[in-house]
Design a protein around this ligand. Structure first.
Ligand SMILES: Cc1cc2nc3c(=O)[nH]c(=O)nc-3n(C[C@H](O)[C@H](O)[C@H](O)COP(=O)(O)OP(=O)(O)OC[C@H]3O[C@@H](n4cnc5c(N)ncnc54)[C@H](O)[C@@H]3O)c2cc1C
Length: 593
């Protein structure tokens, strides 16, 4: 049975050695001293290892069941959800006036990795609630906030996001769900939504569905879409629960992974709904929380890669096969452990350097979201908006690849369900698809984000890399060679690709979009290169200051050197592909495939 141990030392390193969060100047950050964050991570780690992780296999094997219109979650889920609620772990960053703890989003993200690494399907019930609550917080009337937020903050009521319909997922302008005004401020919502995560279950008294629908007589296409609050059970004026609303689950999907999260067909039959935000501005309301939601999905990819790596590493130490080519490593055993073999090392180093770099990337992104929300820092908002499709697309694509690498270390046993490695790959797979499929993330990056505000944010990214290299070069020859020079080369490739799009994308947009996936990946590599350079700098500083756990910091430097030497040069191949343009991609007539 697989296990999970939260990467607390690593989280602490990123928060305090690399990002130096308690001295950042963002409101709420001064409270994040190392002892405080360590205590929180320790507690969260205990809950994750002892309660959530043991339920992961159970949830996968048992799945959810629909019985008489109610979804039964797997054995143990209700109790665990109760423990999470009782511990105050739900919506840790929501405002105190609604029962939250007002911690920075950074902490929510770090804790999300711990919970998701232990049990992704379970964590989604809470994650979707957080997303819906954030939308109400950003766009709700005071009455809506008072009615829904305290119960959602505590997860006594959970939440959902209803966008997808049978005939449309990416192209939501095709949406058919209708909203008819009732004259009393409410609307009648009618239509069918599919693939709704946590759409129905037995762990909460009420479910607050956020539903996108078109108000009758409104503009055509995406401009006519509005967002509505549709409670499963109507809420009386005094806050008590009233009659059932016309929102019901039609069926649940039988799917590849996250079996313990109910994926529902939701039917809305004249259900009472309340407009959230402005009429016809539903997509805008959704988009204000998109950065957070997509960062959360990127984190899921990372979290599955982390837990898969942890287990693969343990297996590589235990499993005896063959002998080290350079001579017997463990003479008193019939064979050496897998970890002696260079090809196993390569795979483990790929995984380790990705999860540690990816973790820094996501937490760095979370600090920008905090700066944007807590300090109204427009530059941070612009930069995280540019990087969001990279965090989502790159970390989930590569996160999935890493779960496959971890599974491979188990050989045939990785393919057998009882070892749990197959579940990590199956669960990780969905993160590449939902919250905007990764192909669409790449499209968003190249088609929209690159040129946003006249290209200001991508220029800011290049300046940031340049500034880092300038400030840190020339102090140590080895650091320059191993970290600064590879980062400069990757950044140069990325700029070359952006330049290619500028010069060739206007005359033929296919030239830009045929390279969008490569661009998203080379951008991801460059960001991880920057993270490794920042981590390398922090490790050097700690060693120079005589840090007591020198091995930890030396290991950081060695892992960073690996990423810089073996992963980052991928940018050159991506650039070559991009510069080959769209001709070979679009060369075949559609009929000749
Ligand atoms: C388990 C699960 C949970 C989900 N949870 C939710 C949820 O809670 N709420 C919700 O609303 N939805 C949810 N979804 C739906 C999910 O967000 C959609 O499936 C996803 O956005 C893709 O939409 P689609 O399936 O209709 O694919 P399509 O839109 O038909 O796209 C198919 C493929 O074509 C690509 N594509 C589409 N348009 C373009 C283009 N212009 N250029 C290039 N490529 C393009 C896409 O990237 C994709 O790979 C969930 C789905 C699953 C499977």
């Amino acid at each position: 049975m697989p296990s999970y141990a939260a990467p607390i030392r690593d989280l602490q390193f990123i928060l305090h050695d690399v990002l130096d969060v308690s001295h950042q100047g963002t409101p709420g950050y001064a409270d994040l001293d190392p002892d405080f964050t360590a205590a929180i991570f320790e507690e969260a780690g205990k809950l994750a290892s002892s309660v959530l992780a043991p339920l992961n296999l159970v949830g996968d094997a048992e799945g959810c069941a629909l019985e008489n219109g109610v979804v039964r979650t797997p054995a143990g889920f209700k109790d665990a959800f109760e423990q999470v609620r009782a511990g105050g772990w739900t919506s840790i960053d929501l405002p105190e006036e609604y029962g939250g703890q007002a911690m920075p989003y950074l902490m929510y993200t770090a804790l999300g990795e711990i919970s998701s690494g232990a049990n992704m399907a379970f964590t989604m019930y809470q994650g979707l609630t957080h997303g819906a609550a954030s939308a109400i917080l950003a766009h709700g009337t005071q009455e809506q906030k008072t009615t829904y937020l305290p119960k959602m903050t505590s997860c006594e009521w959970t939440g959902t996001m209803n966008l997808t319909e049978p005939h449309c997922g990416t192209d939501l302008g095709l949406m058919r769900t209708k909203a008819v005004p009732q004259g009393d401020g409410s609307y009648r919502i009618t239509g069918q939504k599919i693939f709704i995560s946590s759409g129905e279950h037995d762990m909460a008294d009420n479910i607050i569905h956020l539903v996108l629908a078109k108000i009758e007589g409104g503009p055509e296409g995406i401009k006519g879409v509005s967002l509505f609050i549709v409670p499963k059970v109507n809420v009386n004026a005094d806050g008590t629960l009233g009659a059932r609303n016309g929102a019901s689950v039609g069926s649940i999907e039988d799917k590849m992974g996250i079996h313990a999260n109910s994926t529902c067909v939701m039917n809305y039959d004249d259900a009472t709904g309340y407009l959230l935000g402005e009429a016809h501005k539903g997509m805008r309301a959704m988009f204000t929380m998109m950065n957070e939601a997509r960062l959360g999905v990127g984190m899921q990819g990372l979290a599955q890669a982390q837990v898969a790596y942890e287990n693969a590493l343990a297996y590589a130490h235990d499993r005896l096969q063959g002998r080290a080519v350079t001579g017997v490593a463990v003479p008193d055993k019939p064979a050496d452990p897998l970890i002696v073999h260079p090809d196993i090392r390569r795979s483990l180093m790929d995984q380790k350097s990705f999860v540690e770099g990816g973790r820094a990337f996501i937490l760095w992104g979370a600090t920008m979201i905090d700066a944007a929300h807590r300090s109204e820092d427009r530059d941070a908002d612009g930069l995280v908006s540019l990087l969001t499709p990279v965090i989502k697309g790159f970390l989930t694509d590569v996160g999935y690849d890493m779960t496959v690498k971890a599974q491979q270390i188990y050989g045939g046993h990785g393919y057998i369900e009882e070892w749990g490695m197959s579940q990590f790959t199956r669960d990780a797979r969905i993160a590449m698809i939902y919250e905007g499929a990764n192909g669409v993330q790449a499209l968003d990056l190249v088609g929209r984000k690159l040129a946003q505000d006249g290209g200001k944010h991508v220029m800011a990214f290049f300046d940031l890399v340049k500034g880092f290299c300038k400030e840190n070069a020339g102090q140590d020859e080895a650091f320059d060679r191993d970290f600064i020079e590879p980062l400069k080369a990757a950044s140069k490739d990325l700029q070359g690709a952006a330049m290619y799009f500028m010069q060739n994308g206007m005359k033929n947009p296919n030239n830009a979009l045929a390279g969008s996936n490569d661009f998203m990946h080379m951008f991801g590599h460059t960001c991880l290169g920057l993270m490794w350079a920042m981590m390398g700098k922090a490790a050097r500083t700690a060693l120079a200051n005589g840090a007591s756990d020198a091995t930890f910091y030396e290991t950081k430097l060695a892992t960073g050197r690996y990423y810089m030497a073996r992963q980052l040069p991928a940018t050159a191949l991506h650039l070559t592909r991009i510069q080959s343009g769209a001709d070979t991609v679009m060369g075949l007539d559609a009929a000749n495939f």
